[in-house]
Design a protein around this ligand. Sequence first.
Ligand code: SF4
Length: 257
Amino acid sequence: MPYIFNIQKFSVHDGPGVRTTIFFKGCPLKCMWCHNPESQRYQPELMKNKDGKEEVIGRQYTVKELVKIVQADQIFYDQSGGGVTLSGGEVMTQDMDYIEELVKELNRLGVSVVIDTCGVVPSHNYERILPYTDLFLYDLKLINSEMHEKYTGTSNNLVLENLKLISSHGGKINLRLILINDVNVDDEAICGIASWLREQNISIESINLLPYHDFGRDKYSSLNRECTQNFEKPDDERIEEIKGYFEKVGYTVKIGG
Ligand code: SF4
């Protein structure tokens, strides 16, 4: 059974409307800018809280327990067009029998399901949940595979393959691009993404530009791990330029989640 490290109610940045976001523990990537390092390992671990006390991060819930928790806010989903977002870590690398049961049950109850994913996932896992998923929040970090490997530990082959797969199956996609200075915001990186999307005929609902932030820095020492972050976000002018560029080539673009 998967471990979950957070259930965030009344979330407004993880898909349409008011949502409950469930954060699954464990991720195949190790992004150097990760602001949720407690999400990376698949097993529970100890983390020091602000008082210096240690707490266990990660606990298990049955599907029935999770459904009960999220159903408590059904009225807010109905009023706002919201629902449930499954996030992480990487939800799509968890026990897929469990995830499939969960999304089927939410679907049966009329609760909208959004999947937040990094794409480094066996393709078959997406095929299992596509019929029950309303929207994918799909992270694309770098179009250059070598750089992707340098910064995340893994090439982007599966990221691109799975983006094609979801698009060809008619899945709705919000593409999420983290923006980090000196990593992925030069013209080559940005135009490379737009050209690839066009060449592959990928259907995108909208693009979210997510400027890097370092809110997760302190968590590394709380987990007794070395912080890998020494990044900066691009300045506002560059962010607006990138937004303008994607708009000019036909995309709906939003800055932020
Ligand atoms: S994909 Fe997300 S959760 Fe996984 S390491 Fe990268 S930033 Fe962290």
